[in-house]
Design a protein around this ligand. Structure first.
Ligand code: ZN
Ligand code: ZN
Length: 319
């Protein structure tokens, strides 16, 4: 990927620390040049939280982290107060099904994710629950649960402070997690075995058919989420606008405020007192240099607590 010219690490470091909000806000950040470089990037982008892949997201190849890299990550996180660190699991992992060979690879790959998550002292590991093609969703659910228990065997996640987050999905055919009920069922089944909670993605929620755009719809959707998954069981939100229409089941992320969701729902979300415990992390595209910084700033600008004057001025001159 020709991302070199877009990389904030190639630019001079900020002279003063970037402004922050009372809400923990971050973005999925590149680990190019070593895993710890993501923490430096997140800081320079003005984040107070961040997400990474701990290995190549679309490859099976096992990946070992070296001790010094982990130490560097930890000291940078402490220096810049970056919390939480969220790891997004490899996209190939499907704990719900696939042929036996693929399923075995998925479990092995997820074990690697857990090992690296613990080594990096990550707080959360986000998992897409997978596809249950060829069985009922109840069978898929049981298979994910059994696979997760197998993948975590021998690791003490509780002691390591690592919680697995089941992410809701766009609700495409056979994909588990398209409804809050399915996410809640997975969290409920797994609670006895591993530290588990949920990550709710705004784009996935919207294209799965839930209304978060109208004020009334947002209220109903949050009430529904509270009654199923439970708001206290959602420590992380993925903040992505959507390219596709509500109910389309098409998962295409868009820049904050420029898609079919728009700015207002994000303002509601970020200022909702029921979600004060959450971190909000963008997984928006980088179409042009600086898009990552712009999306972080877009989210931070919506938080209605003492935005610094310099930031307000910057916004005006930018447009
Ligand atoms: Zn997501
Ligand atoms: Zn997505």
């Amino acid at each position: 990927m020709a991302q070199e010219h877009k990389d904030i690490l190639k630019q001079p470091p900020p002279k003063t620390p970037p402004w922050r909000t009372s809400r923990r806000i971050g973005i999925h950040t590149s680990t190019a040049g070593g895993v710890a470089s993501a923490a430096e990037r997140a800081y320079r982008l003005g984040c107070s939280a961040f997400q990474i892949f701990s290995s190549s997201p679309r490859q099976w190849a096992p990946y070992q982290l070296s001790g010094p890299q982990c130490q560097a990550m930890n000291s940078l996180r402490a220096k810049y107060d970056l919390k939480p660190l969220v790891i997004h699991a490899n996209y190939l992992v499907n704990l719900a099904g696939g042929n036996p060979e693929f399923h075995r690879k998925s479990i092995a790959s997820f074990r690697g994710e857990i090992e690296r998550g613990l080594a990096l002292c990550a707080d959360y590991l986000v998992l897409h629950p997978g596809s249950f093609r060829g069985m009922s969703w109840e069978q898929g659910l049981a298979k994910v649960a059994a696979s997760l228990v197998e993948a975590t065997e021998g690791y003490d996640l509780r002691r390591g402070g690592l919680t697995i987050l089941i992410e809701n999905t766009a609700g495409a055919e056979f994909s588990l997690g398209g409804s809050f009920e399915q996410v809640a069922a997975l969290v409920g089944v797994l609670r006895d075995y591993v530290p588990i909670a949920a990550c709710i993605d705004t784009c996935h929620t919207h294209v799965a058919g839930y209304d978060i755009v109208s004020e009334k719809g947002y209220e109903q959707t949050l009430t529904h989420l509270g009654a199923t998954v439970g708001l206290k069981n959602v420590p992380v939100w993925h903040c992505n606008d959507a390219k596709a229409a509500r109910g389309s089941h098409l998962d295409r992320h868009q820049h904050i405020g420029q898609g079919t969701i728009g700015l207002e729902p994000f303002r509601r979300l970020l200022n909702d007192p029921r979600l004060a415990h959450c971190a909000f992390i963008a997984e928006t595209p980088i179409d042009n240099p600086g898009d990552d910084l712009r999306n972080v700033e877009a989210l931070k600008s919506l938080v209605e607590d003492g935005k610094p004057r310099s930031a307000r001025k910057r916004e005006k001159t930018r447009s």
